[in-house]
Design a binder for this molecule. Structure first.
Ligand code: F6R
Length: 643
């Protein structure tokens, strides 16, 4: 199934062409545990190519991509340049695309991106850098694009093309409808692409409508193509591209006809591939307990039958005869899996005192636990686990909420101005308040960085909202902690890198509380998002702390944020909510007023957070019910993390 990295060296990785268990797959792909290790290997392949060309005294022509996917590849290339003397003196680059119109000095431009992530840190000659010009006159674009193509040909053609993939299936900005033979041209961006770009542009209205992009024909002319895809958001488009038919509706499928293309994926991006999602359909499986549950849930959902009604024939008809042979009969297997799922359900997330806990998700002892709920932003606690939070407090545990970041970026200027103007009414002469009002009113453009005082005010707004919500759920203020991790405090959407200071803050906090339970956001959908960085900071702190004896008695539970939920077969603790508890959770979320009525970073889903999360918790309950378990109003779900 998963191809181990050791099977490859940099070039062999590309050319090995292993199509193990690859029924349905039409593009060579390799799956890695993490995007970081995969990126290092891709960088090694590029470096080998640069050196190979250098030895032949030839230029190395690279087609380059922007976006979140290639960032770590560029980081590794820069490291190789600095530490291993990798020279870019013989490298000529052509970037895939640029927004139109777009000034190259704009921090959202791909010109800026490439210089910040790669070109400013290596010895490439500036005349060897080619990025489509986002300000070319509209009447000159046609000729400009022809010249861009000619320049690629004159340089000797693309030796290597690095790609990402958009949720529309675009490569470069070749959106659905693009022709196989298309060349460099101007194109109108798909709405989904603009939604995905909206956070970086602080709102969809600021995202350009057009771009100049290399064509499909240009990309396919490359001698070697590597496409990177990370995170759960890419799962379904990766499956469609690798397993679907070639179609202009999913332009990346044209890559099926290129004979030297590799897709490099992390676990999450590969999760929808048939061989990963439903391996029993393509191969004989080693059936461990979690794969059994996954398969039975899948079968039950496919056939629309609860567990206890699945028959031998159902299993045999759907690639699971091997499983039946191991388990005896459908009856035995159904009961076993039913009990497994049943045992995940508990109304006692902190453990039920004085009860037999053999089959419960949490230990009964100690009866009163010290609990930390880590919340990446000041509202994820109530959005993602408001019901469980409420139960933990009601059941007498010592609950501490730790907001990892200030969340100041997500407060709009209008909201901040409202509070500043109220403060001014009370205290008209305050210099700080007058400065804040002045600074907001004279702010130039959406991407201008707020002054420190404005950021502080925005952070305070979120603090007060959080305290209102935690008080409503009965938590004393001294159990509410604002960690303000420094990686977040850049004043821009783009966050700094996680550092020892962030990890140290997490470490010391956990060490102070000595918790029996930790809850944290296990969001893996966006590998570069704040939730992921907050999770990494926790994992690194836990790694340091695991030598401490009190940590032997600490269990870590992961919840998911506003966008995703664990699959039914992944859930290890399911906390049901009554209709009244659903309402209470809704009210707790309402206290986060700055995040209501159209938040700044809405993403593709226009529903408010409380609506999304109620729908999601209701759906989890419905799924359990459809599998044959009790019918609850809503369920919050957790998966245990072992460190
Ligand atoms: C960027 C480009 C795009 C991106 C794609 C994925 O130059 O041409 O096709 O590769 O939109 O973007 P990320 O990597 O940000 O998910």
């Amino acid at each position: 199934m998963k191809i181990k990295i050791k099977d490859y060296n940099s070039i062999a990785f590309a050319k090995a062409g292993k199509f193990e268990e690859s029924r349905y797959e039409k593009i060579h792909n390799v799956v890695f545990d993490s995007s970081s290790e995969a990126s290092i290997l891709v960088a090694q392949e590029i470096a080998a190519l640069i050196r190979e060309k250098e030895a032949l005294n030839k230029p190395c022509v690279l087609g380059l991509a922007t976006g979140s996917s290639p960032i770590k590849v560029y980081e590794e290339l820069v490291r190789m340049h600095k530490e291993q003397g990798l020279s870019f003196a013989n490298v000529v680059t052509f970037n895939l695309d640029e927004y139109y119109p777009m000034d190259k000095s704009n921090i959202q431009s791909y010109y800026y991106f490439m210089h910040e992530h790669l070109f400013n840190h290596v010895d490439i000659l500036s005349e060897n850098i080619n990025i489509p010009n986002g300000l070319v006159n509209s009447e000159d674009i046609y000729q400009y694009c022809i010249d861009y193509e000619l320049k690629i040909k004159e340089a000797g053609g693309l030796d290597f093309q690095l790609l990402g993939i958009g949720r529309t299936g675009h490569i470069g900005f070749n959106e659905p409808g693009s022709h196989l033979n298309s060349a460099t041209r101007i194109i109108t961006l798909d709405h989904i692409t603009r939604i995905d770009a909206a956070p970086t542009f602080l709102g969809i209205d600021n995202v350009p409508r057009k771009a100049i992009t290399m064509g499909i024909g240009t990309v396919l002319s490359a001698k070697r193509i590597v496409l990177l895809a990370w995170g759960a958001n890419k799962g379904s488009i990766v499956k469609e591209t690798i397993e679907g038919g070639v179609s202009s509706y999913v332009p990346a499928t044209y890559l099926q006809n290129h004979n030297n293309t590799t897709f490099v994926l992390d676990q999450e991006a590969s999760a929808e591939l048939t061989r990963v999602k439903t391996p029993w359909l393509v191969t004989s499986c080693v059936w461990d307990e979690s794969l059994k549950l996954k398969a039975v849930v899948w079968l039950s959902e496919l056939l629309n039958k609860p567990f206890l009604k699945l028959t031998d024939k159902d299993y045999n008809d759907n690639g699971m005869s091997g499983l039946l042979t191991e388990e005896g009969t459908a009856y035995d297997l159904n009961i076993k899996m039913f009990n497994k799922l049943q045992h995940t359900i508990t109304g006692w997330p902190g453990g039920k005192p004085n009860a037999d806990d053999t089959n419960r998700p949490e230990r009964a002892n100690p009866k009163k636990k010290r609990v930390i709920i880590f919340s990446p932003h000041p509202d994820d606690d109530v959005i993602s686990m408001g019901g469980t939070f409420d139960r933990l407090v009601e059941q007498g545990h010592e609950v501490h909420i730790a907001y990892q970041t200030s969340g100041n970026i997500a407060v709009s200027d209008e909201e901040a101005l409202k509070f500043a103007e109220i403060s001014k009414e009370i205290n008209p002469d305050s210099e700080v308040i007058n400065n804040i009002i002045n600074s907001i009113k004279t702010k130039q453009g959406n991407d201008a960085i707020d002054s420190l005082d404005v950021r502080k005010l925005k952070g305070s707004i979120r603090r007060s909202e959080s305290l209102a919500a935690t008080r409503y759920l009965g938590l004393p203020d001294d159990r509410v902690h604002f960690l303000d991790l420094p990686f977040y405090e850049t004043g821009t959407i783009k966050k700094g890198k996680i550092s020892q200071v962030d990890i140290g803050i997490m470490h010391n906090f956990i060490d102070d509380i000595k918790p029996h339970q930790i809850y944290a956001a296990g969001d893996l959908a966006d590998p570069h998002g704040t939730h992921k960085v907050c999770l990494d900071a926790l994992f690194m702190a836990l790694d340091d702390l695991k030598v401490k004896s009190y940590m032997d008695d600490c269990w870590v539970w992961l919840y998911r944020g506003a966008w995703h939920e664990w699959e039914s077969y992944e859930i290890e603790m399911a906390v049901p909510m009554s209709p009244d508890q659903v309402l209470k959770k809704r009210h707790a979320i309402f206290y986060h007023q700055s995040q209501k009525d159209g938040v700044m970073f809405q993403g593709g889903d226009s529903r408010e957070f409380w609506v999304r999360v109620e729908d999601r918790n209701r759906l989890t309950a419905k799924k359990y019910n459809d599998l044959g378990l009790a019918d609850y109003a809503a369920i919050e779900a957790f998966k245990r993390y072992y460190f």
